[in-house]
Design a protein around this ligand. Structure first.
Ligand SMILES: Nc1nc2c(ncn2[C@@H]2O[C@H](COP(=O)(O)OP(=O)(O)O)[C@@H](O)[C@H]2O)c(=O)[nH]1
Ligand SMILES: [Mg+2]
Length: 359
């Protein structure tokens, strides 16, 4: 069994990359298990990944504190028992330190031999300037332990900017191998797959870790202080909520009505967040499952236009009752402020468009 840990800030392209990796490993006959750790109480990406036929488990607690450590171990063990994966890909939340997740997996004493791929951390090339402006310290901490840093969304980056971004990232982590990655470029994926074939030396990493572990089993930083809480260090406020929707009511609405609903909710949330946090970075994701289709919209910076997707007949693959899920995590706002903005916007737009909902 091989374990691959993928990290990187909110919205940097982790889920997109791991769907591609997972689909590739499946296509060559490997059994693939995916574990996503979402910030917030509800899972969103798991539903999407499952639609690619990949075995997916979600952990929806915040950071690598005791509860996540325990649930990550339980999830990993049950996946191994029930499913016997050849490859397990773990997506850490955008507000975790990916190196800590990798180390915690190594410290779990898993009851079988496994290989650990080099630690992969994505750095969103398309939001390079904003990241260095808004969250330089936090992003640097995320990149610090990476063995491989993929400058992601390379298709959105001006080609002349790529070497500048690569050298800035290399300065943050001089030891890492820097590559570029784009979901639009299969060659960049092939290169990444080649690199992930390598294995870390688990024994020597464990020997190093033994020096930085306290009596209660938690990891310490240089100097013996406990690792800081990555969620707090990120300065990200987050809120997730799920509304159930009424099937009969939805049947009276057509596709363009529901497209308008998700677009209007996103645009209201965006303008309200912008007012309080003009340079925000993060990931706001909204999913409306109508029973016959999935309406998806997401946003990762203040400047960009939301990315909208319509996926017909989601219900044939996943049969759950109609619902609207939203997960918002943005810099510069407290979680209760995010909650207020999100709930007010969702409920206002649903009301205005005659969509009946229950929280
Ligand atoms: N143009 C482009 N968009 C991408 C790429 N990778 C991810 N995205 C988009 O960026 C957004 C965030 O991606 P996601 O994989 O959900 O990021 P995560 O939060 O790190 O898991 C989504 O709207 C993706 O479609 C890429 O290589 N190129
Ligand atoms: Mg994700």
């Amino acid at each position: 069994m091989k374990i691959i840990v993928v990290g990187g800030f909110l919205g940097s392209g982790k889920t997109t990359a791991l769907i591609r990796l997972g689909t590739y490993y499946s296509s060559i006959g490997k059994v693939v298990g995916i574990i996503v750790n979402e910030i917030g109480e509800i899972g969103i990406d798991g539903d999407v990944i499952s639609q690619y036929g990949l075995e997916t488990k979600e952990i929806t607690s915040g950071c690598i504190c005791c509860s996540l450590k325990t649930s990550l171990r339980a999830t990993l063990l049950s996946m191994i028992d029930n499913f016997h994966p050849d490859v397990v890909i773990i997506e850490s939340t955008g507000v975790a330190y990916p190196g800590v997740i990798r180390d915690e997996v190594m410290l779990m004493n898993l009851p079988m031999d496994y290989d650990m791929a080099p630690l992969l951390t994505l750095f969103d090339g398309s939001r390079f300037k904003q990241i260095l402006k808004e969250i330089k310290n936090f992003a640097s901490q995320q990149l610090a332990q990476a063995e491989v840093i993929a400058v992601s969304k390379a298709d959105l980056v001006e080609p002349s900017m790529l070497p500048i971004i690569e050298s800035a990232v290399q300065q943050i982590n001089p030891k890492a191998e820097i590559i570029t990655l784009s979901s639009k470029n299969p060659e960049s994926l092939a290169h990444l797959i080649d690199i992930l074939e390598r294995n870390e030396d688990i024994e020597s990493r464990l020997a190093e870790l033994k020096k930085v572990i306290s009596n209660d089993g938690s990891l310490l930083m240089a100097g013996g202080k406990p690792k800081d809480n990555s969620v707090e260090a990120s300065g990200v406020g987050s809120f997730a909520v799920e509304y159930s929707l009424d099937q009969n009511n939805l049947n009276t609405l057509i596709e363009s009505d529901l497209e308008k609903v998700v677009r209007d909710i996103m645009s209201l949330i965006r303008s309200d967040v912008l007012e309080k946090s003009p340079d925000f970075l993060g990931h706001i994701k909204l999913f409306l499952e109508s029973g016959s289709a999935l309406y998806k919209i997401s946003l990762t910076t203040a400047e960009e236009e939301p990315i909208y997707d319509f996926i017909p007949s989601a219900n044939e693959i996943n049969s759950f009752s109609p619902n609207l899920k939203i997960l918002s995590a943005v810099t510069g706002l407290k979680s209760d402020e995010v909650q207020k903005i999100v709930q007010t916007a969702v409920e206002k737009i649903l009301d205005e468009n005659g969509v009946i909902f229950n929280i």
